[in-house]
Ligand binder design. Structure first.
Ligand code: UDX
Ligand code: ADP
Length: 493
């Protein structure tokens, strides 16, 4: 049995940081060192201002940092000392060359493999934590096989992480399952067993699934694709609800009580965001295309197309309701993160809704409790969002530090992230501050139970997947007809 005393994790991001923090807390006898080339990030991990916001993360870090959990930029030393090395670096979608806009860029994974081969001696278990295309482990293996070091031996495992941001610590402490894939040889099985032993410190044995390497890699892509598919399915139904008078909340409840369908991931929204769903589906599509599985590729492309349609549909509804123009109108945008309880904005639907509104000339006052001003500006001035006119952001966008300031003299309030605090705002006070008629566009259905009250205050309420204002039905219908005639305008990614 392989004895594991030291773990090194390369990449101190949203996956590597929380995952290794929980491993350190659960396995006090193992020294866990998380390394990154980004000095600022490591400094933040060693401070009281962690580089990412995640509920309960600060407490867990503080319970073991300096004891058996270390954050460092000394990648070489950590690799040398480690028995197990997790690769948790970013695998973004390629922005150039072959597979541009679809394939995962594995340059950071490859760089890690080369560095490990260069530095390591003796026996190492190298674990892919980052989400990678099927057969990525092959790349790592090939690089190690070319090493001429006589005493270097290794096993490569796939151990994808299924945590969701905002609930990362809870997901890591009580996972639905742990998936470990490896070589079917005795040496491969022994490495799988060594990694299982780590998780067995807190995860019941029956929740640890072991497979071959390729099943494990593909399962991660498939899990994300299935989850995203459910959101696109319910969002497609939400469009139908808005024109028929059905309520997507009631439909989701009715179908979710069927055990075969289940309740989770049926919350209609302005579309899914986050670093994984779009990237992984694009990656899946690319793999299918390169393997000539065109029908399969087209099938998954639809999940992304509906997501884009939902964002565009929501923005079009805002424009239509505001009398077909938002040019020079002020709109408050509440929420910029891709979901609540995170400061992460990667692929956030808010970015796309803001883009569409800026394209129409709207002035935006944006508030988010956890996203920094610089991040919002960076996202909105990105070439894919502001194309050749990044200067428009300084003219059209103001970032505010509290929600009431955002609503001063606005025509509409748009909720883009489901932060709990938005349910408890003083809407009478907000109404006073706004121009009339005052509109609320609830892109997350967080105000469902308040609709009557909001209408009594005087708001005109519009929400995803439901007709709140019967008097508007013919208007909404005409918005939909117009949208149907507009050809889909794709945002380059
Ligand atoms: C996802 C997977 O859930 C996780 O297993 C994987 O490891 C990484 O990708 P994450 O992106 O962090 O996690 O968050 P998730 O909770 O899945 O939400 C993704 C997006 O879908 C968010 O924008 C969220 O608001 C949206 N969503 C989720 C909906 O619109 N409706 C839902 O019912 C659920
Ligand atoms: P994820 O959401 O997958 O965790 P992040 O982008 O948050 O992705 O984190 C990935 C981290 O990996 C970044 O902090 C980046 O600096 C780090 N990284 C990338 N390549 C290397 C490398 N070769 N050595 C060390 N760290 C790396």
């Amino acid at each position: 049995m392989v004895q594991v005393n030291n773990i090194c994790c390369i990449g101190a991001g949203y996956v590597g940081g929380p995952t290794c923090t929980v491993i350190a807390q659960m396995c006090p006898q193992i020294t866990v060192t998380v390394v990154d080339i980004n000095e600022e990030r490591i400094r933040a991990w060693n401070s009281n201002q962690l580089p990412i916001y995640e509920p309960d993360l600060q407490e867990v870090v503080e319970s073991c940092r300096g004891r058996n959990l270390f954050f460092s930029t000394n990648v070489k030393e950590a690799i040398k000392n480690a028995d197990i090395i997790f690769i948790s670096v970013n695998t973004p979608t390629k922005t150039f060359g072959m597979g541009k806009g679809r394939a995962a860029d594995l340059k950071y994974v490859e760089a890690c493999a080369r560095q490990i081969a260069d530095i390591a001696d003796g026996y190492k278990i190298v674990v892919e934590k980052s989400t990678v295309p099927v057969r990525a482990a092959e790349i790592i293996r090939r690089i190690f096989q070319t090493s001429t070091k006589p005493n270097l031996s290794f096993q490569v495992l796939s151990n994808p992480e299924f945590l969701a941001e905002g609930t990362a610590i809870e997901n890591l402490k009580n996972p639905d399952r742990i998936l470990i894939g490896g070589d079917e040889t005795p040496a491969g099985q022994e490495a799988i067993e060594a990694l299982c032993e780590i998780y067995k410190h807190w995860v019941p044995k029956n929740k640890i699934i072991t497979t071959n390497t390729w099943s494990s890699e593909l399962s991660k892509l498939a899990a994300n694709a299935f989850l995203a598919q459910r959101i696109s399915s319910i969002n497609s139904i939400s469009a139908l609800c808005e024109v028929t008078g059905a309520d997507v909340g009631e439909v989701a409840h009715a179908i979710g009580t069927d055990n075969r369908i289940g309740r989770p991931f049926l919350q209609a929204s302005i579309g899914f965001g986050g670093s994984c769903f779009q990237k992984d589906i694009l990656n899946l599509i690319y793999i299918c295309e390169t393997l000539s599985l065109h029908e399969v590729a087209l099938y998954w492309q639809q999940v992304l197309d509906i997501n884009e349609y939902q964002r565009r549909r929501f923005a079009s509804r805002i424009v239509s309701c505001l009398f077909n123009t938002v040019a020079d109108k002020k709109i408050a945008v509440l929420g910029f993160a891709f979901k609540k309880d995170t400061g992460d904005t990667r692929e956030s639907s808010s970015i796309h809704v803001c883009k569409y509104l800026m394209d129409e000339g709207a002035h935006l006052a944006i508030y988010d409790p956890k996203v920094k001003k610089e991040q919002i500006i960076r996202d909105l001035t990105h070439p894919t969002i502001s194309e050749d006119n990044p200067g428009r952001v300084s003219k059209l966008v103001t970032i505010v530090s509290e929600p009431y300031a955002a609503c001063e003299n606005t025509h509409a309030l748009v909720i883009c992230t489901e932060w709990d605090i938005f349910k408890h705002l003083d809407y009478e006070r907000l109404y006073e501050k706004m121009l009339k008629p005052a509109f609320i566009f609830d892109g997350r259905r967080v105000l469902d139970v308040l609709h009557k009250k909001l209408q009594q205050i005087g708001f005109q309420v519009e929400t995803i997947g439901k007709r709140v204002h019967p008097a508007l039905s013919s208007h909404v219908l005409s918005c939909h007809k117009k949208q149907d005639q507009t050809p889909a305008k794709k945002i380059k990614t």
